[in-house]
Design a protein. Structure first.
Length: 339
């Protein structure tokens, strides 16, 4: 576990940095015209960062599903859900306050409850609801992972890839949808399981070359596909940005395996470990930092020029978010909302 933990720390840190980057460039992606240089520049960056969310799901599966399934379900859920539900409830409250104070919204108690229960508080909190669902399934998936053969595991992942990644192309390009419901193989469960598979059955180093080639093709497909579909529709089309398309799958798979193979070179680093332990906090707080840096200081992705504004705002949002979380994690009680 020590070797795995080291490279997973590094991979988790790279992923949270990428998440911040996605939310920086998305401001341009969602507002600029596709024929503008800024949009094309942002698309090139955004297309290269969409692996970050799948990697988080893979890391969670790698750590949770590979342990022996002898822990009682109640104990498992009590231990994990408390670390997720408390931050989810508290940060949902923070973002509701933001909506009221800054956006002029007003809510009744029932409306606030509905917003929370339907994941309609703030755009980035969806991730925590998805992780919550995966945690609920983890005790049972862990039994499956433990007793399933390697061949059966491969068949499961193959069907997941078919239903989640391939079948959506039929209604998109051929204007019909197969009757077999793709939801039977929920997209993010596959990444959760894939992380466990790669830990239990690591791919040989010789596969890195073709995985890297597939990742490059996936990256180019994301850039081209997003630009083409958006231009055709006259508005942003995020089909190729979805985390469970083949292009995203191969990029995510390559990066996870790459970090595995680099594990001997990725020595334990106290700074990386500390940032890794702050990733959930950085995730929940960074949109607020992004908003107020722009509001009070005019620091945003387009200041001076996107080639300057994107990296500068990206770096500042990440560093300020990290600094705040590191302080909050030292305060009794408060640390429970940024575990």
């Amino acid at each position: 576990m020590n070797e795995r933990y080291d490279y997973m720390d590094w991979l988790r840190v790279f992923s949270i940095v990428a998440v911040v980057g996605v939310h920086v460039v998305s401001k341009i992606i969602n507002s600029a015209a596709t024929d503008e240089w800024a949009w094309q520049f942002a698309n090139v960056i955004d297309s290269g960062l969409r692996w970050c969310v799948p990697i988080f799901f893979m890391l969670s599966g790698a750590l949770l599903l590979t342990r022996h399934p002898d822990e009682p379900v109640g104990d498992f859920l009590k231990k994990r859900l408390s670390k997720l539900l408390i931050p989810l409830v508290v940060w949902s409250g923070f973002y509701m306050v933001y909506n009221v104070m800054e956006l002029g919204e007003s809510y009744t108690a029932w409306e606030m409850a509905k917003l929370f229960l339907t994941d309609d508080v703030y755009y980035h909190l969806w991730f925590m609801y998805t992780i919550l669902g995966l945690y609920l399934m983890a005790p049972f998936l862990r039994i499956l992972v433990h007793y399933m053969s390697k061949a059966a595991f491969q068949w499961l992942l193959g069907f997941w890839l078919l239903f989640s990644a391939i079948l959506p192309f039929f209604p998109k390009y051929l204007d019909f949808e197969l009757a077999v419901p793709a939801g039977l193989f929920s997209p993010y469960i596959g990444y959760f399981m894939l992380g466990a598979y790669l830990v239990m059955y690591p791919l040989a180093k010789k596969h890195l070359l073709w995985l890297g080639a597939a990742a490059v093709v996936g990256y180019i497909a994301t850039i081209w596909g997003t630009a083409a579909l958006t231009h055709q529709a006259g508005e942003l089309d995020e089909f190729y940005y979805e985390h469970y398309r083949p292009n995203a799958f191969f990029i995510s798979l390559f990066l996870f395996v790459l970090f595995q193979k680099l594990s001997n070179r990725l020595n334990p680093n106290p700074i990386i470990t500390r940032i890794s332990m702050a990733t959930l906090g950085i995730y929940v707080i960074h949109p607020l930092i992004q908003l107020y840096l722009n509001k009070f200081f005019g620091i945003n992705e387009t200041m001076i020029h996107p080639a300057f504004g994107i990296p500068v705002s990206w770096m500042l949002i990440f560093l300020i978010s990290l600094g705040i979380i590191l302080v909050l994690q030292k305060i009794p009680v408060i640390k429970n909302i940024v575990p």
